[in-house]
Design a protein around this ligand. Structure first.
Ligand SMILES: Cc1ncc(COP(=O)(O)O)c(C=O)c1O
Length: 755
């Protein structure tokens, strides 16, 4: 295992955005740069943001617009990446190195004041490693003396200072989008300012001092002759970079939340090493933990370099702490005071790996090496009671139990009483003791009245999958409960979590995202089956129902074709009067469709095909469905009257049917299924007609598990422990009978259920 110190969180969305920029033909600075500037300024709450090629070039231009000239002095921390000091030399001025505060690694007025002379024109205040510096305190020192403050916020995007994003109150603040930072565009920077004239000058300076930008010239119908008003630079960002930046900016909150959770975990796992200091929030703000540094105490059994060597041997890439520019040959001639704090920090600190998709397992390895070096062999005491979660009225868990070492803790979502998630819970908690002993379950739902919340070991409320913040909440729960896997229990959650699985640090036990359109959009399912040469029951859009009537007659099935699966919203019409009577109940936003009811009510099957994470079929199981409404209907020979398709899902017969199984297993292979796949079909004249495909667990999951076909358990073991499975040897010729269960829990004194 090689654990990098940082890995940018880039995915398909960034790749698509970059490709779109390229396809647009505008690859240099253009409309996407303008859009990125606007979005970035809005996210900070700043008036103007000017995109540049790097933070280094942003610092250079900041010093120019601050009027810094040859012969001036600029106070900077030596403890910073060398670009901070270099930028001062670019304008011919002299960097004067001040020492820093040990807790934040930032400049503070007490350290800066002794460095001020009559030649001091500016201070570059660095938010080192993402910990905000105290800007207000520095202003009290500098403003009365007419000394400009330039904030080097290279590392600090997403950090906050006195309740606002870092940079919000700065007159000039420079950000970096280098890949070591949270938000990356490959290379890139941004300079924000409150002053419109300064912003206009910065835009000129980044583009050779040109009076008219390329974008303005392009927009003009008439030829435009530009002028070069002063000596400028080529410090432009490209539109390809900005396209990536726009996607990254939308992910920033999640990046910060994830880093903060991982940092907190480091703090709690290393907190008992005597004297060890770690990066932390200052009293007046929050860090984004761009760099998670630790400072080794005096008397630590091994040196910093020795510890880095031990980490490297374990496959962990750490970095020395922040460099000190005054110790580098380029600044051998520097002036200024002694820098004892800087020298101690740079020699005794190191930066630990921290990246968005870092797993707890990876973090545990880093921790174990450090604890080993500290001669603390035992892992730190683990939490046995869970911290509070959710927007709750009463926060303790009803059924929190000490965590057994043998159990893996997993999340099952959407555990309402009639949901697929409830079927997963049944399978893992009720089917058989050996399964029960493997898993400790956190159940989630949006509805505090969900049965599964009160049956699972722990519970949490989450918003609906369609709500912004859903994924963040799942991420938060993963951290909070130290979860090993997530099992989505509703279709929207399965679709979302499968599509975003790369953003989560633990496996999502759901089929491939590419199969999700088969269940979310029945027209796509139909097209796919036809492409494979199979019979899909023909369908007509609701507003062309007359064609279905004239081609097939009754009965006809009316159901949504989009965004809702299972038996929800499914109606049966056995006459024209009933068909038209359904009109008020048909939800047009779900694009209803009309299908003939091919075959008879006793020839309907739900087939589960289980494939492992590599796509190998493990086994399949057939439930012949018992559809109450249709059986009665059949008995009445489709006469006039009211009929309904029963939800049917929790009752039926577990049977063997080789031909159906072979057909469905073959279909699973051809679709590339890698998880649970449910196929609903009817048999008519020895032909199989598929009418639904659901690449998720099913309403019959719990029935199957009771028969020994325990899909959630098997997939969890396959994903988490790489176990491989052959045929499952489950029981058959069983009748599954639906039962109800209620849960009674005490209300709290506000009359709410505790959740
Ligand atoms: C404090 C500080 N300033 C400036 C820079 C330079 O940023 P860029 O690589 O975007 O030029 C860095 C980069 O690490 C930095 O940490």
């Amino acid at each position: 295992m090689t654990i990098p110190v940082m890995r940018p969180w880039l995915g398909e969305d960034e790749a698509t955005a970059a490709a779109e920029a390229i396809a647009s033909g505008w690859v240099a600075q253009g409309p996407r740069v303008a859009e990125f500037e606007k979005a970035f300024a809005a996210s900070i709450g700043a008036s103007h943001a000017v995109a540049l090629s790097s933070c280094t070039t942003a610092l250079h231009l900041a010093l120019i617009v601050a009027g810094i000239q040859p012969g001036d002095e600029v106070v900077v921390p030596s403890l910073s990446f060398i670009a901070t000091a270099n930028a001062v030399r670019y304008v011919g001025a002299e960097p004067v190195f001040a020492d820093v505060d040990g807790a934040t690694q930032n400049l503070v007025p007490d350290m800066v004041e002794p460095c001020l002379t009559e030649r001091t024109r500016a201070v570059i205040l660095v938010d080192q490693a993402g910990i905000p510096a105290d800007l207000d305190a520095m202003r009290i020192l500098c403003e009365p003396r007419g000394i400009a403050i330039i904030e080097d916020a290279a590392c600090a995007v997403g950090a906050t200072y006195r309740g606002r994003p870092v940079g919000a109150g700065a007159s000039l603040a420079a950000f970096s989008f280098h890949p070591r930072k949270l938000l990356t565009t490959g290379e890139g920077g941004m300079l924000i300012t409150a002053d419109a004239d300064i912003a206009a000058r910065l835009r000129r300076l980044r583009e050779h001092g040109m009076s008219v930008s390329a974008a303005e010239r392009h927009a003009n119908q008439q030829p435009v002759i530009e002028q070069y008003l002063e000596v400028g630079f080529n410090y432009r960002m490209t539109d390809i970079q900005a396209a990536v930046g726009l996607v990254q900016l939308r992910k920033l909150d999640r990046m910060v939340a994830r880093r903060r959770a991982l940092a907190e975990r480091y703090q709690s796992c290393l907190g008992d090493i005597p004297g060890l200091v770690t990066a932390r929030d200052p009293a007046y703000g929050t860090t984004n933990y761009q760099g998670f540094w630790i400072v080794l105490p005096d008397g630590f059994p091994v040196s910093r370099n020795e510890l880095m060597r031990m980490l490297a041997e374990a496959g962990v890439s750490a970095r020395r702490g922040v460099m000190a520019a005054h110790l580098e040959p380029a600044y051998a001639d520097r002036k200024g005071p002694q820098l004892p704090v800087t020298e101690r920090l740079t020699s005794d600190s190191l930066i630990l790996p921290l990246f968005h998709d870092m797993t707890h397992e990876q973090q545990d390895l880093v921790v174990s090496v450090i604890r080993g070096a500290a001669a603390l062999d035992q892992p730190p005491a683990r939490r046995t009671t869970l911290p509070a979660n959710g927007p709750s009225h009463r926060r303790e868990d009803l059924r929190t139990q000490p965590r057994s070492a043998a159990k893996a803790r997993i999340l099952v979502t959407g555990v309402g009483g009639r949901s697929v998630g409830a079927g997963i819970l049944h399978s893992l908690m009720r089917a058989d003791d050996s399964v029960r002993d493997r898993w400790e379950i956190v159940g989630t739902d949006a509805d505090p009245f969900s049965w599964g919340l009160y049956v699972a070991d722990h519970k949490a409320l989450v918003p609906l999958a369609s709500t912004p913040g859903y994924l963040e909440r799942i991420q938060e729960l993963i951290d909070l409960h130290e979860l090993a896997a997530v099992l989505p229990g509703t279709e929207p959650e399965a679709a979302l979590l499968a599509a975003r699985r790369d953003e989560l640090p633990v496996p999502v036990i759901a089929n491939d995202a590419q199969l999700m359109p088969l269940m979310m959009d029945k027209q796509q399912a139909e097209a796919k089956l036809r492409e494979l040469g199979l019979n899909f029951i023909p369908s007509y859009p609701w507003d062309r129902r007359e064609e279905a009537v004239s081609e097939f007659g009754f009965p006809l099935v009316v159901k949504p074709s989009r965004e809702t699966g299972g038996s929800r919203g499914v109606h049966l019409a056995i006459s024209r009067r009933e068909l038209e009577g359904l009109a008020p109940f048909v939800r047009t936003e779900h694009q209803p469709m009309v299908q003939p009811y091919i075959g008879d009510a006793d020839a309907e099957y739900t087939v589960g095909v289980l494939s492992d994470k590599s796509g190998n079929v493990i086994d399949s199981i057939v439930i012949r469905r018992k559809l109450i409404g249709l059986s009665l209907l059949a008995a009445k020979n489709y006469g006039e009257g009211t009929a309904a398709i029963s939800t049917g899902i929790s009752q039926g017969f577990v049977v063997r049917h080789r031909a159906i199984q072979e057909f469905c297993e073959d279909l699973a292979k051809r679709l590339g299924s890698r998880g649970p796949l449910n196929i609903q079909l009817r048999v008519h004249d020895n032909n199989l007609y598929v009418f639904e495909i659901h690449p998720r667990f099913s309403g019959t999951t719990a029935i199957r598990a009771s028969a020994g076909f325990n899909e959630p358990d098997i997939l969890l073991r396959n994903h988490l422990w790489d176990e491989e499975f052959g045929r499952l040897n489950y029981r058959e010729n069983l009748m599954a009978i639906r039962a109800f269960e209620h849960v009674l829990v005490p209300m709290d004194d506000t009359g709410h259920t505790p959740a």
